[in-house]
Write a protein that binds this ligand. Structure first.
Ligand code: ADP
Ligand code: ASP
Ligand code: MG
Length: 440
């Protein structure tokens, strides 16, 4: 019998009515046995996600020793969810009281943030009459903070297959010291992928509020084309570069198990969605470009030195400076006598940039060093790009026609990807220009 693991995001579980809709979707297909859930998300655009309210609780309990003010908002959210679901017999107050106390005594940011998923999973399990399985008992991190697959997968399999059906909170697990640890934001997507791999599912369904992976962010281009099929590689490039419909790290567990992902819309379950396939099963479509994504707020450090190419160890020395300061870089495009480092700007705040420049100068004595700030990166991604003549010309003439100044170019070694660096303020226009050049 086929087995599907579903993950429902916060946008699908923001209130009781939506939770009831989700229960209906899950129960409409007997293959959907294990369901990973996020914390309640925003109900309307100015609303706040429960996870964000929990970060407020952490702050308040550090400052005041208790978090009763911030936690009252969490109480209100869960009271109305329980009311909308007519769960009169479910004692949500007992669970909320215990949670508030634990937040105050444990003083752990990860534990606090994880409670949105925990509470939502408890409510959903009560509403659906499905077993609650706590992620802390089946998902583990090693001493380096990385997901510990050797420890987790056998336990996921052993624990979940004891039950016909189960609800599992996303976003967290247990670290090597036995404390609750979260993934990065949006991490319930990773939990869903891990559970899918752990139980050897045939399909990982990721349910959200859009009808699939779109060719670009729908908040920037109105009604972008939906992507029908996409490979794991393309997905990784696009999600890493900011297409946050799916967390960029969620492909690793399913890729190893060859498990396809389907993106589906909770609010339009009849829509086909997007199928994300392992590269060997994926058949390239007609289009040259599959999708476009990007992120703002990078800093580019540009270095020039005559005969750089002949200087053995030049790049190593530069990278050692970064390593010693524990700064990671995003890209490192290079030419014969030039090398650029593209770094997320937040790593360079509070004087770190100035220190870094001094240390790089000492380490490699460049002829010229120049810094570009407020840079956005935009990636144009597609398997079709490598084999199609004139792709770059089309891309760059679209940018030039739109009057966008390209500050940096990086054609990834995967040949799947062209990344341009532009000023932050040109970001949206840049995405629109590339979209119109390839999709219209
Ligand atoms: P969830 O709460 O289900 O985890 P997210 O808010 O994390 O949902 O992700 C879904 C959102 O991602 C969409 O509502 C959309 O605004 C945004 N998004 C950004 N880029 C894309 C894209 N390329 N395709 C689809 N959605 C995108
Ligand atoms: N609730 C967490 C967040 O808001 C995790 C998730 O939704 O995937 O980041
Ligand atoms: Mg998400």
């Amino acid at each position: 019998m086929s087995l599907t693991v579903c993950k429902f995001g916060g946008s699908s579980l923001a209130d009781g009515n939506n939770i009831a809709r989700v229960a209906e979707i899950v129960k409409s297909d007997p293959a959907r046995k294990y369901v990973v859930v996020s914390a309640p998300g925003k109900r309307f655009s100015e609303d706040r996600k429960v996870t964000d309210l929990l970060y407020d609780c952490y702050k308040e309990s550090l400052e005041k020793g208790n978090c009763s003010e911030a936690f009252s908002k969490i109480r209100k959210r869960f009271h109305s969810i329980v009311e909308e679901l007519n769960l009169e017999s479910f004692d949500i107050d007992a669970i909320l009281d215990e949670t508030e106390k634990e937040i105050e005594t444990r003083k752990s940011i990860d534990f606090t943030a994880s409670r949105g998923e925990y509470l939502n999973a408890r409510v959903i399990s009560a509403f659906m009459g499905w077993q609650f399985v706590d992620a802390k008992d089946i998902i583990f991190f090693d001493a380096n903070g990385s997901f510990d697959e050797k420890r987790s997968y056998p336990l996921i399999f052993e624990t979940l297959t004891k039950y016909e059906t189960a609800i599992i909170p996303g976003f967290y697990g247990t670290d090597a010291k036995g404390e609750v640890k979260t993934f990065s934001r949006g991490g319930s997507d990773i939990s869903g992928a891990i559970v899918a791999r752990g139980v050897n599912a045939e399909l990982y369904e990721n349910w959200t509020d859009v009808s699939g992976f779109l060719a670009c962010d729908p908040r920037i281009v109105e009604k972008p084309k939906k992507i029908e099929n996409i490979s794991f590689k393309e997905l990784r490039e696009l999600s890493y570069m900011g297409a946050n419909v799916l967390h960029a790290d969620s492909i690793f567990p399913v890729r190893k198990g060859d498990i396809p992902i389907k993106i589906k819309n909770t609010f339009r379950p009849q829509d086909a969605g997007t199928l994300i396939l392992p590269s060997k099963k994926y058949k390239k479509g007609e289009g040259i470009v599959t999708g476009i994504a990007g992120k703002k707020d990078f800093t580019v450090i540009f270095l020039e030195k005559s005969m750089m190419n002949a200087e053995v160890g030049f790049a190593r020395k530069v990278l050692s400076v970064l390593e010693n300061k524990e700064i990671r870089f995003e890209h490192m495009p290079s030419g014969i006598d030039t090398l650029s480092l593209v770094i997320e700007s937040h790593f360079l705040e509070n004087g770190i940039l100035e220190e870094l420049l001094v240390e790089i100068k000492e380490a490699v004595h460049p002829d010229y060093i120049h810094v570009l700030e407020n840079i956005a990166l935009v990636a144009t991604v597609g398997h079709g790009m490598a084999s199609s003549v004139g792709t770059s010309a089309r891309l760059f003439s679209a940018l030039s026609d739109a009057g966008i100044n390209v500050r940096m170019i990086d054609q990834g070694s995967s040949e799947l990807n062209i990344i341009v660096g532009i000023n932050n303020e040109d970001y949206e226009r840049c995405i629109r220009a590339i979209y119109h050049a390839f999709f219209q």
